[in-house]
Write a protein that binds this ligand. Structure first.
Ligand code: NIG
Ligand code: FE
Length: 407
């Protein structure tokens, strides 16, 4: 008998997401690597073997055995788009939205992002870590074991650096991947978007290139146009950063095709993407990160055209967009919205929240339960995958394991 640290047996449905390195595209997203009555073993924080329970029980003995009978077991959720570093909240803006104000009206009146910028600039690193830790505890309890975290509420060099350092320094089992998003709004000390992009390119990007892994930009009408966004992304790529873009969230101003042709790893939001944008993303193997929590909180009936994207062979990932305008830590909530509002199948939503989400932040060692991968996995108190979108608004996760350790 071979020895392992931990053996999980009796999984009613074990969705391994195993197979291959590339993101699953189009129809491949239905393949979740399902093993019924599955089991697996963990050693040194990694998956050692996975398969049918009969074989695993014959071949391995383990210091600890967990019985997952009647339960769903999946890889830990990966949340590939969050604005995790911010101070304060904006609950009164929800009331304004209920009364009919739009997101852009609130932003242009000095609310929205700029209001959070003021609070975040005032906050010390310790204050930011204190607020972030509470969110990260909730994320982990709801099954998120890795997340991307964008800066973008500091805007100037010192405050963007402060936010990125907080992402790097925070001591928490939930692993974070840092993205520089200084081009999130025009800071009050600038009166011209193009001059602010010059400042980002010349002063901020060279300083943050060692701290961040990706660069993102809010390419939107009234915020940064496609030309300025392109200048920033080209410079970021020269400095070795991966590139991402917030595109087609409110209006389509031609950013998605531009970013796809520049080699972006992902384009994010994509509510107003055209068929041409979808073709450009599919052709350039760009992962579309869809954020159905955002239109939900904006009370907008338009969601990203996920079905058209999947039919055109695109790879889709899902994320929370966690920020003061759309505050949820729960990928389970996002999976429910994805299935109900964008007509994604439960299998597609699971692939988009694990395997494809990991690829969308450049991680190949997470997102599936297969030999050699980090042992990040969830045991849920439901018997099958269909319950995940169906039984909504509560936490279905019984146990969260990060690198083989129960959290
Ligand atoms: O992705 N759209 C830009 N950024 C965030 C919202 C930020 C905020 O409202 O504070 C988003 O939705
Ligand atoms: Fe966002």
């Amino acid at each position: 008998m071979m020895k392992a640290d931990l053996l999980v047996k009796g999984c009613s449905e074990l969705h391994t997401l195993s197979g291959g390195k590339k993101p699953r595209m189009g129809k491949e997203m239905m393949d979740t690597g399902l093993i019924k009555n599955g089991a697996f073993v963990v050693k040194n924080g990694e998956i050692l073997d996975v398969g049918k329970e009969d074989r695993i029980l014959k071949e391995y003995e383990a210091a600890e055995i967990i019985d997952a009978s009647g339960k769903l077991v999946v890889p830990g959720f990966v949340d590939p788009h969050t604005h995790l570093v911010f101070s304060g909240s904006r609950e009164d803006e929800l009331v304004m939205k209920i009364q009919g104000k739009t997101y852009m009206e609130i932003l242009n009146a000095g609310g929205g992002i700029l209001r959070t910028v003021r609070k975040t600039r005032e906050a010390s690193k310790d204050q930011l870590k204190y607020e972030m830790k509470k969110r990260m505890d909730v994320m982990l309890a709801h099954g998120t074991t890795t997340a991307e975290a964008k800066s973008g509420y500091g805007l100037d060099l010192d405050n963007e650096m402060k936010c990125l350092e907080v992402i790097r320094e925070i001591d928490h089992p939930l692993e974070l991947v840092p993205t520089y998003m200084g081009a999130h709004a025009l800071p009050p000390e600038f009166d011209d978007h193009s001059k602010y992009i010059d400042y980002c390119c010349d002063t901020v990007l060279p300083a943050v290139a060692d701290v961040a892994e990706f660069c993102d930009v809010f390419c939107e009408k009234g915020v940064f146009d496609a030309g300025d966004s392109k200048r920033l992304l080209v410079k970021a790529a020269e400095l070795g950063l991966g590139i991402k873009v917030h595109a087609d969230e409110i209006e389509n101003i031609g950013c998605t095709t531009m970013a796809a042709e520049l080699g972006a790893i992902s384009c994010e939001h994509l509510v107003k993407s055209s068929s041409g944008d979808i073709e450009a993303m599919a052709k350039n193997s760009v992962i579309g990160i869809l954020l159905p929590g955002t239109p939900f909180m904006l009370m907008d009936d338009h969601y990203s055209p996920a079905r058209e994207m999947i039919d055109h062979g695109m790879a889709i990932a899902l994320a929370t967009d966690l920020n003061p305008n759309c505050w949820t830590e729960s990928m389970q909530m996002i999976i429910t919205l994805a299935c109900l509002q964008m007509k994604m199948m439960p299998e597609e939503a699971l692939t988009a929240s694990t395997f494809n989400a990991a690829r969308a932040i450049g991680r190949a060692d997470i997102g599936s339960i297969e030999p050699g991968k980090k042992a990040d996995f969830l045991i849920l108190g439901i018997p099958n995958l269909m319950h995940l979108p169906y039984h909504f608004g509560v936490n279905l996760v019984d146990m969260v394991f990060k690198e083989g350790v129960l959290q």
